[in-house]
Write a protein that binds this ligand. Structure first.
Ligand code: PSU
Ligand code: MN
Length: 309
């Protein structure tokens, strides 16, 4: 591993040596997705959920030009306290490392880091996607293309409802990315359990997801799988409550002239304000739910032969 710009945390190195299942975690959700101090508290809770489910968490971030695979408790605190930390995707991950900078990894950059570290499963809240109005702005998250390139199974609660969901799933279909709904026939919509979009694939067990991941590797298919896991019922926000607030947040983003990387963090923050914090509680619950499913998938993967099976 020394030829790669990676540093495994002691816990991740130990898991690697003993064959313990690993689950990758992103860090943009910490630096740009949630307000302090709930961001660090959530990061710790998610890590604890993964350990409790029999796997080891590997939170990814760049600190002083080193790509960390797994953060120590001090490093996590340091990342959360950094001001103006870069939000890294495929386009700027290598540059940040080369310059000796700091940065948080998005879904796309976390998938790249996971692949470099040999980690096959990754849990997050929501992936980036096609923004509303993309027919004019061309704002389509690099997360979608990454899913078609990098062989990591990503567990999310769907794409965020601030996006254009039908267009997001059309692009994933075009790119040949398997989109799996866990335990239901429609795709979830992040803060709400159900969207109106039929699930392209449905699976009911972590073992099915793991077998499908392995079969793709065996067939030499590039890219990962997107597993969409509905938010627990007790934590969901009905779509009818959210729809007008999302419209308001989008209008505010427009009025504030938001573009490029600033759009998603701005919208998440506005919805947090407009729901008086309810969106954050739902976001935390769904990330933790996704972490538990990702750990179960990682455990199933460990029990399968690495490629031949
Ligand atoms: N979903 C969340 N919170 C977040 C993000 C997604 O609930 O903070 C982040 C992820 O890191 C995702 C990124 O990769 O937003 C997408 O940003 P963009 O739309 O600029 O590609
Ligand atoms: Mn974008």
């Amino acid at each position: 591993m020394t030829h790669l710009p990676l540093l495994l945390s002691p816990e991740v190195a130990e898991a690697r040596a003993s064959g313990t299942p690993l689950v990758a975690l992103e860090s943009t959700i910490i630096t740009h997705g949630m307000p302090f101090p709930r961001n660090v508290e959530t990061a710790r809770a998610v890590e604890a959920d993964i350990r409790k489910a029999g796997a080891v968490p590997a939170t990814m971030a760049v600190l002083d030009g080193t790509l960390h695979v797994g953060l120590t408790s001090d490093q996590l605190d340091r990342l959360a306290a950094l001001e103006d930390v870069a939000k890294l995707s495929r386009a700027d991950l290598a540059t940040c490392i080369a310059r000796g900078g700091h940065g948080a990894t998005t879904v796309a950059a976390t998938m790249i880091a996971a692949q470099l570290a040999g980690i096959e499963v990754f849990a997050t809240g929501g992936i980036g996607g096609v923004h509303r109005g993309a027919e004019l702005s061309f704002d389509i998250s690099a997360d979608l293309r990454e899913l078609s390139l990098t062989p990591v199974t990503v567990v999310a609660a769907g794409a965020k409802a601030i996006l254009d969901l039908p267009k997001t799933y059309e692009v994933l279909e075009t790119l040949g990315v398997p989109v799996i709904a866990m335990g239901q026939d429609v795709l979830p919509a992040f803060w709400s359990r159900r969207s109106e979009i039929a699930a392209p694939l449905r699976m009911d067990t972590a073992a099915e997801v793991a077998r499908s991941h392995r079969m793709r590797a065996r067939m030499g298919l590039s890219g990962g799988q997107l597993v969409t896991n509905p938010i627990p019922e007790a934590d969901e926000i009905p779509q009818s409550d959210l729809a007008p607030l999302i419209d308001q947040a989008l209008a505010d983003a427009d009025a504030a002239g938001m573009s490029a990387k600033a759009v998603t963090p701005f919208l998440l923050d506005r919805i947090f304000q407009l729901t008086e914090g309810r969106s954050l509680e739902a976001n935390i619950a769904l990330v933790r739910n996704n972490a538990r499913l990702a750990a179960a998938i990682a455990r199933e993967l460990c029990s399968l032969p690495s490629i031949a099976g």
